[in-house]
Design a protein around this ligand. Structure first.
Ligand SMILES: C[C@](O)(CO)[C@H](O)COP(=O)(O)OP(=O)(O)OC[C@H]1O[C@@H](n2ccc(N)nc2=O)[C@H](O)[C@@H]1O
Ligand SMILES: Nc1ncnc2c1ncn2[C@@H]1O[C@H](COP(=O)(O)OP(=O)(O)OP(=O)(O)O)[C@@H](O)[C@H]1O
Length: 269
């Protein structure tokens, strides 16, 4: 069986509180976009994991796909061994949630392939153990998220009338480091209300709290946002803890921008 985990962007992101468990409370809107990995699993005599495409840092044994397999294996010991192949296309350490998507899709793949009959609620509980962003990818529709990102509520938000550009400058921003740079604070506005307004009103209101610290450490990332606005984006922001920056353009009106040759650029028209 093969599935195609997609990425997410954050529209507004407020870090509101540091918790005793070391995590932070936040509020954000997750929006899925079609930049995809490919995740294939076939039954095999022993558990094997391999990846191609963008190299995934760290040990293969720590890959979130394997963590998802082991998590389900604890509760379903009858699961056979798998040969798992991940083709990595979603930039890593980019704030696009690629690792979390792989983990959530691995849960879904095993559930479907072996007809475990897991409810959405059960999948959400497993996903929350794998990463703060993971539960969103079980729902995979526009969502308002709170808690450490795992409390999600589907939202009516349809941006299919716009085109998107995602620009990844190749900088890997460590999520834990980015949270440490922030002083949590109460949001200055009601995120859900702003998201309900036309995209053209977001520019001066909708804020990603990570931008200040990440742009200060990596000015090239802030420059991308300026270039996207200069090219006609109606809204631009860094996604998650960076380093990818998103631009929302009027439908099919994405300007040609000459990016540094090392940047990876995705357009969704
Ligand atoms: C920044 C976001 O991308 C916004 O969507 C997410 O909150 C990050 O979620 P994620 O990558 O799934 O994060 P996790 O793998 O759960 O956590 C990575 C590290 O980020 C920090 N972390 C993460 C989420 C959160 N709400 N508070 C935190 O402080 C913790 O130091 C944690 O060890
Ligand atoms: N399948 C995977 N794909 C990508 N990274 C993985 C995977 N499994 C484990 N990781 C580890 O997770 C780290 C961060 O990955 P990811 O790409 O999800 O970060 P991110 O883009 O910052 O996402 P987020 O928005 O969730 O913070 C990587 O450095 C890598 O070591």
């Amino acid at each position: 069986m093969i599935l195609f985990p997609n990425c997410k962007i954050n529209l507004g992101l407020h870090v509101t509180n540091k918790r005793p468990d070391g995590f932070h409370d936040l509020e954000t809107v997750f929006y899925p976009l079609p930049v995809n990995d490919a995740l294939e699993a076939i039954t095999h005599s022993e558990l094997q994991f391999e990846s191609s495409g963008i190299p995934v840092p760290g040990n293969a044994a720590d890959n979130l796909c394997l963590k998802a397999f082991h998590l389900l294996k604890q509760d379903f010991p009858q699961l056979p061994a798998l040969h798992i192949h991940l083709h990595k296309h979603i930039p890593i350490g980019a704030g696009l949630g690629g690792g979390s998507a792989d983990a959530a899709f691995m849960l879904r793949l095993i559930d479907q392939k072996f007809q475990l009959g897991l409810t959405e609620a059960a999948l959400l509980v497993y996903a929350a153990q794998l990463g703060s962003d993971c539960p969103f990818f079980i729902i995979n529709k526009p969502c308002f998220a709170t808690g450490r990102g795992e409390i999600i509520e589907p939202l009516t938000l349809d941006l299919s009338g716009y085109s998107f550009m995602l620009v990844h400058p190749g900088i890997h921003v460590n999520t834990g480091w980015a949270f440490k740079q922030l002083t949590p604070k109460a949001p200055a506005y009601a995120l859900k209300e702003i998201i309900g307004q036309p995209v053209t009103t977001w520019k001066d209101v909708l804020v990603n709290d990570f931008e200040e610290a990440v742009f200060a450490a990596h000015p090239a990332i802030g420059k991308i946002k300026e270039q996207l606005y200069a090219a006609g984006a109606v809204y631009s922001a860094m996604s998650g803890s960076g380093s990818a920056v998103l631009g929302i353009f009027p439908k099919n009106k994405i300007a040609d921008i000459l990016w540094d040759a090392s940047y990876r650029v995705f357009t969704i028209r």
